[in-house]
Write a protein that binds this ligand. Sequence first.
Ligand SMILES: Nc1ncnc2c1ncn2[C@@H]1O[C@H](COP(=O)(O)OP(=O)(O)O)[C@@H](O)[C@H]1O
Ligand SMILES: [Mg+2]
Length: 922
Amino acid sequence: MLYGRGAETERIDRLLAQAVGGRSGVLVLRGPAGIGKSALLAHAERQAAAMGVRTLRGVGIESETELVFAALHLLLRTGLDRLDRLPAPQAGALAGAFGLAPATAADRFLVGLGALTLLAELAGDGPLLCLVDDAQWLDRSSADALLFAARRLEAEGIVLILAVRDGSHGFRPAGLPELRLGGLGPQDAARLLGETAGPLAPHVRDRVLAESEGNPLALIELPSALTPEQRAGQVTPLAHQLGPLPLTGRMQEAFQAQIHGLPEAARTLLLVAAAESTGDLAVILAAAQRLGAGAEAVEPGEHGGLVHVVGGELAFRHPLIRAAAYQGAPFTRRLAAHRALAAVLADAAKSDGRHADARAWHRAAACTEPDESVAAELERAAERARRRSGHAATTAAYQRAAQLTPEPCDQVRRLVSAAEAAMDAGQLLQSRALADRAAVLTEDRRERARIAGVRAAIEFEQGSPRVAHGILIAAAGPIADEDPDRAASMLLEAVRDAWFAGAPEPARQAVERLHALGLPPGHHLQSAVSALTGLADLLAGDPARGLVPIHAALADARHAEPGGPGQQLIMASMAFMVGDDEIGLDLATRLTDDCRAQGLVGWLPHALQNLASIQLYLGRFQDARACADEAVRIAGDIGQHHRLDHLQGVLAWLAAVRGDERTCTELVGRVHAHATGHDNVSSLAWTLWARALLAMGQGRMEAALEELTAGLAGATRHQLTTTLTVPDLVEAAVRCERADRAEAPLARFEEWATATGQPWARAVTLRCKALVAGSDEDTEARYAEAVGLHLNGGRPFEEGRTRLLFGEWLRRSRRKAEARVQLRQALDTFDRAGALPWAERARAELRATGEASAMGRAAGAASLLTAQELQIVRLAAQGGTNRDIGARLFLSPRTVGYHLHKAFPKLGVASRAELARLDLGT
Ligand SMILES: Nc1ncnc2c1ncn2[C@@H]1O[C@H](COP(=O)(O)OP(=O)(O)O)[C@@H](O)[C@H]1O
Ligand SMILES: [Mg+2]
């Protein structure tokens, strides 16, 4: 019987009812030890059984936090026979993670995606309840994967409930609905006490109620520690428990008192069971035997209700009992328990990686001083964890190995490996701390270079790219002779950092050192070197010189085998620098597809960001938004703050073009709050442009002019994005009758445009010149030539704007018929793109030419969909199955189906076959 949890059980019951209806839901139960979290999970399980909902259970165990994917395996183990139904990369990642197949170094989030798909697959048989108790002790890899899946649950009919104990533990599942459990109210507490405690003198009863703070476990356990005299109120009750100890500590003491009352063999058995994490009765009994306790020693603990045995497993009734059994034992006994467990596991270890890992950790736990053989065994466990993409477990094992290493140089190597693994796990603070510890221990150049790599990557993601640059430059020099490849990679990264910080001099410095390395012709980094050399010149304000090597590198890249994702990203960004949208789209699409196919989740936000930018340039605003939205979700999940800034800047721009002031302002605010303190200049350039466009759309030309002028003078001045703002600046300046302020910026734009050789860029230059000149004999020729150049394709939004301005000029020249031709085409472009303020302007102009019904085309069907729906519908229209689409977009196939069916009525279709005939826009 549960007292006082009406609201909580109702919420759980509602989630279950929704799951029966096909909707998924997640709930985090949070509260202190003993408050009744597990009891609520038990309620959920009972309720589920009554409704015919199946339950899967997983649990975190305190001593198991270093065992990779242990908890996730526990949760999913009964479903593993369905692995073959998953897309191959996901199935491979899960099988590798659980040690069922040779592990491939898969992306850590692919395991989460696999878990999501597997759960959805299982829910195909009917609704499913997943319970994860003591989630604060989930091994980090399991927690990451589970949270990744949890955030994507939507229409599978799955309820996931996680119970988390309050405290200093790191588990903070941000963004998931949470229910905090407080103590029971006085009446419920009194009822529970009355039911469980037996007779108590009234003032003793009041005292217990006060001490328990409504905590059910305390209400049950504190009285059980009372002597008959205390119960009767003849001596002060609970005196030994008063003091500074918090309630959890007092309950643990109560359990320790119970354990102390047991025979020695029983205490030994409890200690061994507490030190062992899986509950494997055979292992526990064998280890206890070595310490002189036979199988009969299980009984007293069972009788006292401290543990219970089900099947081949022994479980503690409450984690506080496990803690009491372990911490209450003398230190030397604890060491002996670990030694005994390691010895028992030694035989099993040969055949099974999991046992080998456990053995390594037990040996380590039994160590009181450095021991190379134990350290080496842990290092092997770390390597195994790394191959299974369990980066957090890898970190933990290397870190402990380092502590136990006698030789300083081995110790540094292990510490640095721990730091690298922590970085791969996204645990940046820990990574930095480990790198710092290693740094003071070594003067070795190679180790220092590895340390610098870690520090710079963290600095780039969370601190300042400028500082990251400095770190790389300093560490690359000393290894230039012995390891030129590594030095080159570091220096290339330094150029990129300088670019993001908008710092020309540091970029040049890194490029000079790159050239000094003298990499041989044909070296695999050679085209990246020449591209980034061009980038440094571009940053220094010399596009004529900078774009030459970039063009050349891009031409090479087209034919060469694609390098790793890092190199592909560099090349895709280079396409932006030369304004070549065709190559850019090609490279960005290929990279995004590769990331999806291989499950490179960590790279995906950056790849999607490139794709979104190129789609933005191509006027495919809806696509751009869908990509950027998706990337924001992933970057948010995996803590890529820098990336988030950038993506939000792009989204702010897209909102500005729609005339969506609220969204634009909100996004800009978010970016500013973070990016300003982090030298994240390229994000700021986007927000600046977004604000200016928003102002222009609203006719606030002076505000736009000020904004853009400031952008050209401030920290953002070197950014390519800033160059691209110039045509807007020119228009705003002319509108404000300040054409003089447009001259210098226009010269800059023209220089870049000429260097690109792109027709669209030349067209925009001509339009700007026509605007600045006011009306002279060349105006018409300039506009006409611009319109002609736009016909080569390129950037339709720019084409629309050229036509709009040309149309306005024609109308003012009283050539209404010709004006209408331009304006109609402009209007059509703006309507298609959803650029409402510009469409409005074109419409007003058309009316002024006397066109009565300038209503434009009706908004396309696609505009009725959310960005995500559109993305899904497009893929379905191309013939993708729900499973294909789910694998691409990191959703479960059932969620894909759910969105499709929401989209159908909006599109006026009844089946996916009909999608193919729709115009889904671009
Ligand atoms: N609302 C309640 N009414 C009655 N007993 C409860 C209630 N909540 C918890 N208990 C009992 O209190 C003890 C501790 O609860 P438990 O769920 O294990 O706590 P937690 O998981 O939060 O540490 C268990 O014996 C449980 O049956
Ligand atoms: Mg519990």
